[in-house]
Design a protein around this ligand. Structure first.
Ligand SMILES: [Zn+2]
Ligand SMILES: [Zn+2]
Length: 557
């Protein structure tokens, strides 16, 4: 009985955990790495296990960093069912083809540049056909109902309150007459978040994997009214300046949260008359899923639905689906534009930022978590200029942030979620957080609750019955369908037989995941260099500085 950690350890993205129990092997989530380029490159590497040997997959929720590599898993040989709640299934069917299209177009753009530079071109991680094949394997399950995907494994999905249809999963594993209960938190939401019901709880487990996105942060001014007031202020401030208000927003949940709150503010007459453009075909389609599963809506949203007959329906909303409609927005002013991706690292939002960041009259409003190394994080940290699609863009727009939309419980929220837990019989694995966040949260879990806590490294594993860290058998290349027991590294091999060798982990065992990678630094250097050339007119000073820089670099071939 082994669990191994193949993503979201030391970072918030790429969630993927492999569980081996007797003859079965399954994944919980299969997400894409997002953030800086070093992290993103992990998406192109081989899985450190054989996808064809996985029997099934369980999904906690429909965020790309939890489901985004499913098409790659299928491309590499996975054929089993993928279980998720019914809204998650509908969302994933929208997300995966969209993700394939985004990658194909980004790779095309990158390859055109690479060809011009004479460097190697890349192929997309997967294409739309792989995404469609993955979607065919999806199977909807109900919340709170026990199911047995295979012998020795029973599973219950429970509401996690993070996004519509999100879940945490309680799993009971049986092997050799022994039983272990393991809980995967997925992403845990906040109490009082719009549209979704508050998270449910669990009582006990042998092992818990808990997210720690905000494990070291306590958010102030987090009430519904605080959030509405801040949104009204941001809208009214931007409208007064007569520029655009650009809101980078995840297509699922965050866009609908904003539409929900904007509807309330329009109804109350609290915001100036202005058009709200939803510039994300995915967000437009996702909005329909909410109406399809009213049993997942919270009380407030149910009332709104009953009152209006439709959710998110408002005369001031305009939906922009085609890319021509989207391009049209480049020449407009005085609009509120909601567009994806939420961390500004892909999609249409990059175009809107390119056309608005340099404008003094525009405002960019952040409403979600921005991972290290993303364009969103750089803007929040006060970058004076940024690079978008290889072009330097000066940042003159006003940058503001509202934390109240976060779909993640903060430190207090995570402890509240653990309040009803009477026992974690063995230990907690703290995952899904940047290292400073999860180490701090791990320390507090030990200090306040006396739990035994681990912060596992990428591609490391743990033997749940032997209670020890192991090199998971899953890491051994070329395994068949069944994972053998852990291969002891020191055991002499019988003559004539080559012992299986574990391939190196994708990064060292306890990595400090890179916060700013070499690509971030390269971008900084080129921006600073351009700025230096602009500001320095004296030829002598320019030449000296450039010669010093060049002296530190090896000569090109
Ligand atoms: Zn999430
Ligand atoms: Zn997540």
């Amino acid at each position: 009985m082994i669990i191994s950690f193949h993503g979201a350890v030391g970072c918030v993205t790429g969630s993927c955990y492999l569980v081996t129990c007797g003859k079965s092997r399954f994944l919980v989530d299969c997400g894409m790495f997002q953030g800086n380029k070093v992290l993103k490159q992990l998406n192109y590497r081989e899985f450190p296990f054989d996808p064809a040997s996985i029997n099934f997959v369980l999904l906690t929720h429909a965020h790309i960093d939890h489901v985004g590599l499913l098409p790659k898993l299928v491309k590499k040989g996975f054929k089993g069912p993928i279980y998720a709640t019914t809204p998650t299934v509908d969302f994933v069917k929208l997300l995966l083809p969209d993700s394939a299209r985004i990658q194909q177009s980004e790779v095309e753009l990158k390859n055109r540049r690479s060809e011009r530079k004479g460097v190697d071109v890349v192929t997309p991680i997967y294409d739309e056909a792989d995404a469609d094949a993955a979607c065919k394997l999806l199977k909807g399950v109900s919340l709170d109902k026990e199911s047995r995907p295979t012998t020795g494994v029973s599973v219950v999905f429970r509401n996690a309150g993070h996004i519509f249809g999100s879940s945490f999963i309680e799993i009971t594993l049986q092997e050799d007459g022994k039983s272990k209960k393991i809980v995967f938190s997925g992403d845990i939401g906040c109490v009082g978040h719009p549209i979704v019901k508050d998270p449910e709880f669990f009582s006990d487990a042998d092992y818990l994997l808990i997210e720690s996105t905000y494990g070291n942060r306590i958010r102030e001014n987090d009430s519904n009214e605080d959030r509405l007031k801040m949104l009204a202020d941001a809208v009214n401030g931007a409208v007064t300046k007569k520029g655009n208000l650009i809101i980078p927003s995840f297509a699922l949940e965050r866009t609908q949260d904003l539409m929900h709150d904007l509807t309330i503010l329009i109804d109350r007459g609290s915001i100036a008359e202005t058009e709200v453009v939803i510039d994300s075909p995915l967000a437009i389609d996702a909005t329909k899923v909410y109406a399809k599963f009213p049993e997942f809506l919270d009380e407030e949203a149910t009332t709104l639905l009953k009152k209006q007959g439709k959710l998110f329906d408002n005369g001031r909303f305009r939906f922009s689906k085609s890319s021509d409609e989207s391009k049209q927005l480049n020449n407009e002013s005085g609009k509120i534009i909601l567009s994806a991706s939420g961390m500004c690292d892909a999609g249409r939002i990059k175009h809107h930022l390119k056309h608005n960041l340099w404008r003094r009259d525009s405002t960019v409003l952040f409403v979600g978590f921005q991972a290290e190394g993303t364009l969103g994080r750089m803007l929040l940290e006060g970058a004076k200029s940024v690079r978008i699609h290889g072009e330097e863009i000066k940042v003159e727009a006003k940058i503001v942030q509202i934390m109240g939309y976060s779909g993640h419980a903060d430190q207090n929220g995570l402890f509240d979620w653990l309040k009803p837990v009477t026992a974690i019989r063995d230990r907690i694995f703290v995952v899904h957080g940047e290292d400073d966040s999860r180490t701090e949260f791990a320390r507090l879990l030990e200090e306040r609750r006396g739990f035994k806590v681990e912060t596992p490294g990428l591609d490391s594993g743990f033997d749940l019955l032997a209670v020890k860290e192991c090199i998971p058998a899953t890491l051994i290349a070329g395994l068949g369908k069944v994972a053998p027991a852990i291969v002891p590294a020191a055991k002499p091999a019988p003559t004539g037989v080559t012992p299986p060798v574990a391939p190196p982990r994708r990064v060292p065992i306890q990595p400090q995941m890179p916060k700013r990678d070499s690509y971030n630094l390269y971008a900084d250097l080129s921006l600073r260099l351009a700025d230096f050339m602009r500001r320095t007119t004296d030829e002598e000073s320019r030449r000296k500085a450039l010669e010093t820089l060049l002296a530190g670099l090896p000569r090109g071939s």
